[in-house]
Ligand binder design. Structure first.
Ligand code: GLN
Length: 232
């Protein structure tokens, strides 16, 4: 008799709202590039996924405290993070950008942020960027736990500018959010799947092997094109 070996289940942390990478559809189901990617890789490599939408910084903490086996959350592969995480091969090129409330013509560059309040999501590349450049531009920083608070802060005037990954800001604008990108985008790091340094190496290998297969089969492109229109 052929009995299929019991498939291993991995718990994977992710962000709460980071469309088009992870977000809930109208019935509350998590969808997005990261979600489809990890599920397709799991299918290809014969494992199961228990997805935990914890929020970005909470997912970072959960990997470090071994409460989850890994995370997929539009997470940038940075040298700083490589001290405590092992990353998969990069799966998406990204970077950060500044956005203001649509119609706000008073902020044309970082130089216009002096004395103003700007924001990012806690623990992100955007938050690190703001901290690094605070002295230079003289703004006050507010960090939000999740995207909902961050994007609302522009609407209610709590902040004049927010910083986030540009594919995420672009997706929000495409979907009718009253935002405008200002200035050049900052080159950022590509996204990778992450495990705690030295842990769950077999999961990392499965992710890389699965990603390679999805790229070869065209399924990777299918997933990306489902969420980000090429306009063609
Ligand atoms: N790419 C950014 C980072 O890694 C933001 C990730 C996110 O907000 N989910 O810091």
């Amino acid at each position: 008799v052929n009995v299929k070996a019991e498939e291993k289940t991995y718990t994977i942390g992710t962000d709460l709202t980071f469309a088009p990478f992870e977000y809930q559809n109208s019935s509350g189901t998590y969808i997005g590039i990261d979600v489809d990617l990890i599920n397709a890789i799991a299918k290809d490599q014969g494992f199961k996924v228990d997805l935990k939408p914890l929020g970005f910084d909470s997912a970072v903490q959960a990997v470090q405290s071994k409460q989850v086996d890994g995370m997929v959350a539009g997470m940038s592969i940075t040298d700083e993070r490589k001290k405590s995480f092992d990353f998969s091969d990069p799966y998406f090129d990204s970077g950060i950008s500044m956005a203001v409330k649509k119609g706000n013509t008073s902020i044309k560059s970082y130089n216009d942020l002096k004395g103003k309040t700007v924001a990012a999501k806690v623990g992100t590349e955007s938050a690190a960027f703001l901290e690094k450049n605070q002295k230079k531009y003289g703004y006050t920083i507010k960090n939000f736990d999740d995207a909902t608070g961050l994007y609302k802060s522009l609407e209610n005037g709590e902040t004049v500018a927010i910083f986030d990954d540009y594919p995420v800001l672009g997706y929000a604008i495409t979907n009718g959010q009253a935002l405008e990108l200002v200035g050049e985008k900052e080159t950022g790091s590509a996204y990778g799947f992450a495990v705690k340094k030295g842990q769950n190496q077999e999961l990392l290998e499965k992710f890389n092997a699965g990603l390679k297969n999805l790229k070869a089969s065209g399924e990777y492109d299918k997933i990306i094109n489902k969420y980000i229109s090429s306009g063609k």
